[in-house]
Design a protein around this ligand. Structure first.
Ligand SMILES: NC(=O)c1ccc[n+]([C@@H]2O[C@H](COP(=O)([O-])OP(=O)(O)OC[C@H]3O[C@@H](n4cnc5c(N)ncnc54)[C@H](O)[C@@H]3O)[C@@H](O)[C@H]2O)c1
Length: 288
């Protein structure tokens, strides 16, 4: 069994066991137990770019907590591999090809979730790319267009079709998490498109949260620091990766599972008064 792929049943059993233990061992307990709201049994989640890295860890974490997960990716083989691991561990998931920069694909995957599982409750607009490394005055304009298309327009296209489905499913039973980055608040030197796109993700998240809060739909963004994933490892050399560790006060890069846990928290009822937020998961990167 690979990391982060505990079976859904085992995960829930462990949660129940630890809650029982908490109640028994606390001498001041009047046996009122705080039940974790991170049980996603019966919920339907859609994760874009779920075939690798953060999206893979998020898909597996949601499935382990009981959600039925639609794993989308421009690389269908990658999405199918993740789905195979989820179902092999007793979870429920389906794969579908999606290019998040396509409006039609973004509509299609929402319809797929509704047709396959009856509703859409959660969406994690995670798919993203790195882009060419150049200072602003030398920007490669094709790369700019591509990064903005996937990393920013893709998030908007996602919400454009996810939100109506969630209003249909029950807004207060639903939630969205958009994948920003620390570069939603500070510059990614030599990657202005990435910085602009991620700042845009934070902005559109605030708009959506403000517009749908009255209906009970919560929409948040997360801002990971540098996380060890295929995207990072393929775009940066070993020396740069080593230097990056030092920029995080915790002295290391993050793991995809550490991001997945915060995403699950934001989707869950435990975050019932959290909306329009930009949650940093950055080992202190933006604190210095
Ligand atoms: N790794 C990090 O350090 C880090 C930090 C902060 C934010 N992020 C963000 O997290 C997200 C995921 O990054 P990752 O590190 O897991 O990358 P990754 O390359 O490991 O995974 C990204 C996945 O998205 C898919 N994808 C790419 N373009 C797509 C498109 N147009 N439509 C659908 N799927 C597409 C890829 O095939 C891949 O499976 C990105 O938005 C990235 O900007 C990553």
């Amino acid at each position: 069994m690979s990391e982060g792929t505990d079976s859904a049943g085992m995960d829930r059993a462990m949660t129940t066991l630890s809650l029982m233990r908490a109640g028994e061992s606390d001498p001041n307990s009047d046996r009122k137990q705080v039940i974790s709201m991170s049980d996603f049994t019966g919920k339907v989640a859609l994760v874009t770019g779920g075939g690798s890295g953060l999206g893979e860890a998020i898909s597996k974490d949601l499935a382990a907590k009981g959600a039925k997960v639609v794993v989308t990716d421009i690389n269908l083989d990658a999405a199918e591999r993740v789905v195979g691991e989820i179902t092999g561990n007793g979870g429920t998931a389906s794969a579908i090809k999606q290019d998040t920069s396509s409006k039609d694909d973004s509509e299609k995957v929402v319809q797929f979730a509704v047709d396959t599982y009856g509703a859409l409750n959660y969406a994690i607009n995670n798919a993203g790319i790195g882009g060419k490394q150049l200072p602003v005055g030398e920007t490669d304009l094709d790369s700019w267009d591509k990064v903005i298309d996937v990393n920013l327009n893709g998030v908007l296209y996602g919400m454009r079709y996810q939100i109506p489905a969630m209003l249909e499913a029950g807004a207060s039973e639903s939630a969205i998490v958009n994948m920003a980055s620390v570069h939603g608040s500070v510059a990614a030197i030599n990657n202005g498109a990435y910085t602009a796109a991620k700042h845009g993700v934070v902005g559109i998240t605030k708009n959506a949260a403000a517009e749908y809060g009255a209906q009970g739909l919560r929409i948040n963004a997360v801002g990971p620091g540098y996380i060890t994933t295929p995207l990072l490892e393929s775009s940066l050399d070993a020396d740069t990766l080593e230097g990056l560790k030092a920029k995080h006060p915790l002295g290391r890069l993050g793991t995809a599972e550490e991001v997945a846990k915060v995403v699950s928290f934001l989707l869950s009822g435990d975050a019932s008064f959290v909306t329009g937020a930009y949650y940093l998961i950055d080992g202190g990167y933006t604190a210095v």
